[in-house]
Design a binder for this molecule. Sequence first.
Ligand code: G3P
Length: 223
Amino acid sequence: MKLFLDTANIDEIRQANEWGLLDGVTTNPSLVAKEMKKGASFKEIVSKILNETPGPVSIEVIASDYDSILKQALKISSLGGNAVVKVPFNTVGLKATKALDEKRIPVNSTLIFSGIQALFAAKAGAKYVSPFVGRLDDIAEDGMALIEQIKTIYTNYNMKTNILVASIRNPLHVLRSMLIGADVVTLPFDVLSKLPSHPKSDEGLSRFLEDWEKAFGSMEFPL
Ligand code: G3P
C-alpha cells in the first residue's frame, strides 16, 4: 500500500520523505489556499511540491465547466511529469476525465461518496478514485464500508483504477485500509506522525538502555 501525504506544506513533505514514508502527495484547493496565504504563488507552491516528491502529486482544478477544467488540467499537467490532475466527480468531471485519459493525462477523481460513483469514474478512465471516509463518518455513515464496497466492485469487474483513501482522520482508518487492500492512503501530517509510535517500543528501548547502564555504569559502546 502506498502512503501519500495530504498537504501542500513543503516542510511536512520533506519530513515524510526523510522518514522514507513518502510515495506521493495529494493537495486540494483548501490546502493550497492555506499555503498561498503565507505569500507564495500557486505555481511556486505546486512546482516545489512536484520537484521534491518522489511520486505522483495530485493537483486539483478549480473550475466547474468542461472547457475550463480541461484548460486548467493541461496547465497543471505541464508543470511536471509526476502531476496528476484532480477532477471533482460529477457528469462534467466524468467527461473531462474521459478526455484527459484519452490524452494520457492521469486523473484523480475526487469527492467520491458511493460505490456507483467509483465504478463510473473507473469506466471514464480515472487512474485514482478518492473516496472521503472521514466526511462520511462525520454524517454518521461508515466511511470504511465504502472502501470495502469499492474494493469488491473493482475486483468483480477487474478494474485497474487505484483506490486512494482520502479524508483520513485517524490511525484506524489507515489500518482498516491496509486490511481491505486499498492501493493508497493519503494522510494529513498529524496522522502520519502518530503511526510509527507504540508505547511498548518506547518502553522496550528504555529498558534495554537502563539494563546496560546498570550493568556497566556507562553507555560507552564497547567496540
Ligand atoms: O484531500 C481530500 C481530503 O483528504 C480532505 O480531508 O479531512 O478535509 O475531510 P478532510
